[in-house]
Design a binder for this molecule. Structure first.
Ligand SMILES: *C/C=C(C)/C=C/C=C(C)/C=C/C1=C(C)CCCC1(C)C
Length: 263
């Protein structure tokens, strides 16, 4: 592992800390937000809470791993490796759990007919697992060609997932209020914008590709993934919440079970 400047070490340290805080903060928001939406949207909120809860735990572990992998040198001028490896696998294990949940969250808020959401979920879960499993060998290799080959393979299921979700989101707007339409459109943009950030970050992290040089490659990777995760998990969960609220209001539903029974 390379030596890091104080700024490089501190930037990753602070980003990992910020991501941990954002995940746990969002967890509380989604748990409380559950009671603000009507019954049919509650599964979506539960899944949002699960995503940020799982990610918050992993960020806490990544943060500790980062903190343990480096120590400041005697002169106080740089961070050097302690010999304990930095564990990058937490991230991929996290994605393996959270990406299918994010997909399920979106399907839940679209409230597709029963016979349709199951098979679609199945296909998208398999594609998510493939995308992550194919990306991992490329993430941990030091060889540029190997990284590019695995990255390209991983991009195939990636494109498939976005294609399917984009199509479904476009169809979901039919018959909905203008406000819900705008929210669905924004969710599509958020989805493309945030998920598209991951392969770009992946490329920045391939040191021998030289898009960013030296230890900056490692720093870009950690900072890039942290920003993407905050947007793709917390920001996206907030969009799902807004859609649930807007659809519920447009349909004249209440979040209060007593009121729902009376109506
Ligand atoms: C909360 C975590 C999320 C939404 C993670 C998403 C991850 C991706 C979309 C990763 C995609 C990748 C490629 C398309 C190619 C290179 C390897 C990956 C795994 C970084």
């Amino acid at each position: 592992m390379q030596e890091l400047s104080l700024g490089q070490f501190g930037l990753v340290y602070n980003m990992l800390s910020l991501a941990t805080a954002a995940m746990f903060g969002s967890f509380i928001f989604f748990i409380l937000g559950r009671s603000q939406v009507s019954f049919r949207f509650r599964p979506a909120l539960v899944m949002s809470a699960l995503v940020v809860g799982i990610a918050g735990y992993h960020y806490w572990r990544i943060f500790n791993s980062w903190d343990g992998a480096y120590e400041i040198n005697a002169a106080g001028t740089a961070y050097v490796a302690t010999g304990k490896p930095f564990n990058d696998a937490y991230r991929y294990v996290d994605w393996l759990l959270t990406v299918p949940l994010l997909v399920a969250e979106l399907i839940a808020v679209m409230t597709l007919p029963k016979g349709k959401s199951g098979p679609m979920m199945g296909k998208l879960i398999i594609a998510s697992a493939l995308m992550i499993a194919l990306g991992y060998p490329g993430e941990v290799t030091n060889d540029m060609t190997t990284a590019l080959v695995w990255g390209t393979l991983s991009s195939i299921p990636f494109a498939y997932i976005l294609y399917v979700l984009w199509g479904e989101l476009s169809k979901a707007t039919a018959g909905e209020s203008p406000e819900v339409n705008v929210l669905f459109r924004n969710t599509k943009l958020l989805l493309i914008g945030t998920w598209g950030f991951y392969p770009i970050t992946y490329l920045l992290g391939i040191e021998s590709l030289g898009l960013v040089s030296g230890a900056d490659a490692l720093v870009s990777l950690q900072v890039g993934y942290s920003i993407a995760d905050i947007a793709a998990k917390c920001g996206y969960g907030l969009m799902i919440y807004a859609i649930a609220k807007a659809r519920m209001e447009a349909a004249g539903e209440s979040a209060d079970p007593a009121f729902a029974k009376a109506a």
